[in-house]
Design a protein around this ligand. Structure first.
Ligand code: DAH
Length: 339
């Protein structure tokens, strides 16, 4: 028995010395001291030992176990220390190296312009609402009194998903969605992305943004529309800004107008910025067509209203004197940081 134990001890010592790494060391522990380990097997065979020899043999087994355990502990501690050492070496921080810069982004000119427009209209009691970018043909065209043969409906101008669904070409369908809800009066703006099948150039993009406006109440007149947009222009472009309404045509408003603001660069005397005219076009507007009100369930004998639609990029380009719309989509940090 003594010999057997000596053998086990010698084997264990050899295995411990050979083992590289903590997981190998644990395998050795299991192989010798585990439930099915070699030393445990010896303990289990004690019943075959003569009773008078049992205390002695027991003591020998315990000594062997203690020895192996001690060696395992020692080796484990050594390995752990070495590992820690290695890790610390790897994690050395060179405080003389330049620090990582935490680069903070910048709000996009579109966002800055939109927040400004929202601030102005919220100040006048408007709500900001949103509508879907993928829209039914009905909302985008039909309910806005845009007839089937209208050029805006041409495949050259509109991205069709199928014959009933389109990528909205304007934010005007949000007017219809809000009117349909039947809560009156309405005072809202609806900013959002729109899509048209346009080639990219300095003033065009297949995807851009509009801000729609809609007011419906009793006794709303063209004078309210004029006053509202004049106030908007003054807040956005400066106290001295004047507005000019030019007759125009939109299917969903009657009468309709396009609105120019006096050039905030030259004050109206004419410069390169306003192409010598003293005026800059900023939006389309009009009194909501009775047919549009009726289609959305509003009685045009009882309620009237006005609507307007402006291009967000156009406002941003004007306000920040950017001469190429493509700059707004490139997201070059050096450009964006300027606003
Ligand atoms: N939806 C028009 C467009 O995209 C802009 C517009 C004009 C909106 C007149 C309006 C409006 O609400 O009354 O060209």
């Amino acid at each position: 028995m003594r010999e057997k134990l000596e053998q086990i001890r010698a084997k264990a010592i050899a295995e411990i010395e050979k083992s590289e790494g903590l997981s190998r060391l644990n395998d050795v522990r299991v192989a010798f001291l585990g439930k099915k380990g070699e030393l445990t097997a010896v303990l289990k065979s004690m019943k075959d030992v003569k009773p008078e020899e049992r205390p002695l043999v027991g003591q020998m087994v315990n000594e062997t176990r203690a020895h192996i355990e001690g060696l395992l502990e020692e080796t484990k501690a050594r390995m752990e220390a070495a590992e820690r050492e290695l890790k610390l070496k790897k994690e050395v921080i060179d405080v003389t190296l330049p620090a990582k810069k935490n680069r903070v982004g910048h709000r996009h000119p579109n966002t800055i312009a939109l927040e400004e427009v929202e601030r102005i209209f919220i100040g006048m009691g408007y709500e900001v609402v949103e509508g879907p970018e993928v829209e039914y043909d009905y909302y985008n065209f039909e309910a806005l009194n845009i007839p089937a043969n209208h050029p805006a409906k041409d495949e050259q101008d509109t991205f069709y998903i199928n014959d009933k669904i389109v990528l909205r070409t304007q934010t005007s369908p949000v007017q219809v969605r809000v009117m349909e809800q039947g809560k009156l009066p309405i005072r809202m703006i609806a900013p959002g992305r729109v899509f048209r099948s346009d080639e990219v150039d300095a003033t065009h993009s297949p995807s851009f943004h509009q801000i729609e406006g809609l007011v419906i109440d009793k006794n709303i007149t063209f004078a309210d529309l004029k006053g509202t947009l004049a106030e908007f222009a003054r807040e956005l472009f400066g106290e001295d800004t004047k507005v000019k309404f030019r007759p125009h045509h939109f299917p969903f408003t009657e009468p309709s107008a396009e609105v120019d603001v006096s050039c905030f660069k030259c004050g109206g005397s004419g410069c390169r910025f306003c192409k010598g005219s003293g005026w800059i076009e900023i939006l389309g507007c009009g009194m909501v067509h009775p047919r549009v009100l009726k289609m959305s369930g509003i009685d045009p004998e009882e309620y009237t209203g006005f609507a307007f639609g402006a291009g967000l990029e156009r406002i941003a380009l004007l306000k920040y004197e950017i001469d190429d719309m493509r700059l707004l989509y490139e997201n070059d940090d050096r450009f964006l940081q300027q606003f």
